[in-house]
Design a protein around this ligand. Structure first.
Ligand code: HEM
Length: 410
């Protein structure tokens, strides 16, 4: 029986070629349960060349860190489905640094301190809406709403627009482009244009009527730096942040609650020691990395893990595989809310000059979310028959499709 028959991905000892042949990388079967596949890659071919292509898959922790720390060799590849100029995540130095400096204004220590009560109040509002029912669709009613509501608040966007923006964002992260039908590709292109137009109108409005929000701050920072307003530039950066900070954090929250329900002993530890909330979030990121991998392109010929790579080769960096690399992590597949060094060493936020700009915000959201949830709900458990814990139909992003929980009020 092959992985395609079972739908659970490659098993240790299976041949890598059985998974990667055909219609692009990785296949849906491999993406559905990718961890045995990563394990096979790490042990059989840590820098694996996709047959017949100039495409290489990097799966060991050390090699991934090397790639991420050498942007002069491994350049960024744009993410598909965007409109407007390339955003920060698709830009190389020296321009990248300039964009990043502007973005950093959003997550300064002072800003983060200001966000805290706002994040707490949104988390409480979301819990208020379902707490009396004794159950909720955690993905739809909490995890999926908290991060986007937070970004809306930071940007100063009206809550009435939230659902439309969220729907477009959710659709964007679906399948990798090679798997989309022509119709789906058209829909995605339309979504990208609409997202761009939406943000363009908001940015123009703030240019004309500055307010106390991050969009106004971003505009002001760009003008101070360059001397004149560059509308397209600001729109593109704002959209990068809106998209990057939304689904990723939502996925982590959903995965974390599943992990806790599956490991009641670990849940009990977090309840007893609130300082473990931070490691709970990081350990979830390590094991269920919402961004499983991203691509780079070699700018010059180079060597990696004993393999010669030509200039212009595509390099798939599997953060999620580095996060389970047994030569880096003790009991790599085990969920431990008190794992030491996890925040420092996991790769779910990437590494190097492109390391997630929003990581401090995501961490703040995770900490407050679980503070609110664990102080207001107790005996949290999955209603298994109403959950769909299989991962999203995406070959890059990972998260359970639907998490329904029951609880009592604490
Ligand atoms: C748990 C949640 C999150 C995860 C797992 C995550 C993951 C990542 C990863 C893996 C990268 C690296 C991209 C690369 O190396 O090419 C990245 C970059 C980025 N993230 Fe996040 N992210 C999260 C939350 C956020 C939030 C809340 C924001 C902001 C609101 C954000 C904004 C960004 C931006 C702007 C970049 C591009 C940075 C650059 O290219 O210099 N992310 N993120």
């Amino acid at each position: 029986m092959t992985h395609a028959d079972t739908g659970v991905g490659l098993h240790q000892g299976d041949r890598i070629e059985d998974v990667v042949h055909g219609d692009g990388w990785p296949s849906h079967e491999a993406a559905a349960c990718p961890f045995p596949f990563y394990e096979a890659l790490r042990s059989q071919a840590p820098v694996y060349r996709y047959p017949g292509r100039d495409e290489y898959v990097v799966s060991r922790w050390e090699d991934i860190v090397h790639v991420a720390q050498h942007p002069e060799i491994f350049g960024q590849v744009g993410v598909g489905g965007r409109a407007g100029p390339a955003g920060m995540a698709a830009t190389d130095p020296p321009e990248h640094r300039l964009k990043r400096m502007l973005g950093l204004r959003m997550v300064s220590t002072a800003r983060l301190r200001e966000y805290e009560p706002m994040v707490r109040s949104i988390a409480n509002e979301l819990v208020d809406a379902f707490v009396d029912r004794g159950e909720c669709d955690f993905s739809a009613e909490f995890a999926g709403l908290l991060p986007i509501s937070v970004i809306f608040d930071i940007f100063g966007l009206p809550r009435n627009d939230l659902l439309a923006v969220k729907t477009r964002g959710d659709r964007q992260e679906g399948q990798g482009t090679p798997y989309l039908t022509a119709e789906e590709q058209e829909l995605r292109a339309r979504d990208a244009r609409e997202s761009y137009e939406y943000m363009r109108a908001a940015v123009l409005d703030r240019f004309e009527h500055p307010r106390d929000d991050y969009l106004s701050d971003l505009i002001q920072g760009q003008i101070e730096r360059d001397g004149s307003f560059d509308l397209e530039y600001v729109v593109s950066e704002a959209n990068t942040m809106l998209f990057a900070g939304n689904v990723t954090t939502a996925h982590t929250l959903a995965s974390a609650i599943v992990m806790l329900c599956r490991h009641p002993d670990e849940l009990a530890k977090v309840v007893a020691d609130p300082s473990l909330r931070r490691t709970l979030f990081e350990e979830t990121l390590r094991l269920e990395s919402p961004v499983q991998w991203l691509a780079r392109r070699t700018r010059i010929a180079t060597e990696l893990g004993g393999v010669e790579l030509p200039a212009g080769a595509k390099v798939l960096v599997i953060w999620a595989s580095g996060n389970r690399d047994g030569s880096k992590w003790e009991e790599a597949d085990r969920f431990r809310v008190d794992r030491r060094g996890v925040a420092r060493d996991h790769l779910a936020f990437g590494r190097g000059n492109h390391m997630c700009l929003g990581a401090p915000l995501a961490r703040l959201e995770g900490d407050i979310a679980f503070d609110v949830l664990l102080s207001r709900l107790k005996n949290i458990r999955l209603i298994e028959e109403r959950c769909d814990l299989s991962s999203l139909d995406s070959v890059i992003f990972r998260a359970p499709k639907r998490v329904v929980i029951a609880f009592e009020q604490a």
